[in-house]
Design a protein around this ligand. Structure first.
Ligand code: CA
Ligand code: CA
Length: 262
């Protein structure tokens, strides 16, 4: 039986003459930084990294720092195992922090180039192997609660009890949903029908269903989509002692906050 691989430590390369190669198991991560980070990188660098993971997984890229000489010092990312082939996916330069994103392939190539003058702090990049899965329906426990950790670009469908049959009286259900740091949670309503005012679905950010309420929904109007401003949300459904309806069905997925293309 295979045990989870250890997290690869932060690279501490003093020169860029050797290609660094990382092979990540599922959910492993590696941190790549520019040489000397957090001190300035040097002139005339040409650093190269290849990162691969298992078949069926992709790579989630989260920058925690990015500062290079704009227009002259570049980080290039290709969907390839060779620097001279594959598509040029990202060419990053300057000092704005790129949004996190997922590459839906198992091997990528990164190269960092600096020219002969003007240096900067450089970058720090966390790469995580993330499984790519189809839509799932999470299991609720006996207390009608479910804790869901979404991978990058994973989606789940959550529904009121007995859906599409009517839910019961005195329902009290809770979903705690989180995703990777830097990602957002997208909530799309497929069906929605509850007893107005008395049977409510409340949605908020964080993991405490008593605070940070974003919205309080009831009735038969299909709500608009919601995108969280954090990487965790809660949904709490309660019904009172009389009158039930079909309830709701909701598609929940993790998304990147946006994508940086250069
Ligand atoms: Ca430069
Ligand atoms: Ca009711």
């Amino acid at each position: 039986m295979e045990t989870p691989g250890p997290t690869v430590p932060t690279t501490t390369m003093s020169s860029c003459t050797v290609l660094s190669y990382y092979n990540l198991d599922e959910n492993d991560e590696v941190i790549i930084t520019s040489p000397n980070y957090p001190n300035n990188y040097e002139n005339n660098l040409d650093c190269q990294w290849q990162v691969s993971t298992i078949d069926g997984a992709g790579l989630y890229l989260l920058f925690t720092d990015f500062q290079t000489e704009n227009g002259y010092d570049f980080l290039v990312i290709r969907d390839s195992d060779n620097t001279n082939s594959g598509n040029l996916n990202y060419q990053l330069t300057g000092s704005s922090l790129p949004d996190p994103f997922t590459m839906f392939i198992s091997t990528i190539w990164l190269s960092f180039h600096s020219d002969s003058s003007v240096v900067a702090k450089g970058f720090r990049l966390v790469l995580t192997s993330t499984p790519i899965r189809a839509t799932e329906i999470p299991i609720m426990n006996e207390n009608c609660q479910s804790i869901i950790n979404l991978r990058a670009d994973q989606e789940v469908i959550i529904a009121s009890p007995n859906f599409p049959e009517n839910y019961g009286n005195f329902e009290d259900c809770l979903w705690l949903i989180s995703t990777l740091n830097g990602m957002r949670i997208h909530i799309d309503f497929i069906e929605f029908d509850t007893e107005g005012v008395y049977d409510t679905l409340r949605i908020g950010t964080g993991s405490d269903p008593n605070v940070d309420v974003m919205t309080n929904l009831s009735g038969s109007t299909l709500p608009g989509n919601i995108i969280s401003d954090s990487n965790d949300v809660w949904l709490k459904f309660t019904s009172d002692g009389s009158v039930t309806r079909a309830g709701f069905q909701i598609l929940v997925r993790s998304t990147t906050a946006g994508t940086t293309w250069s």
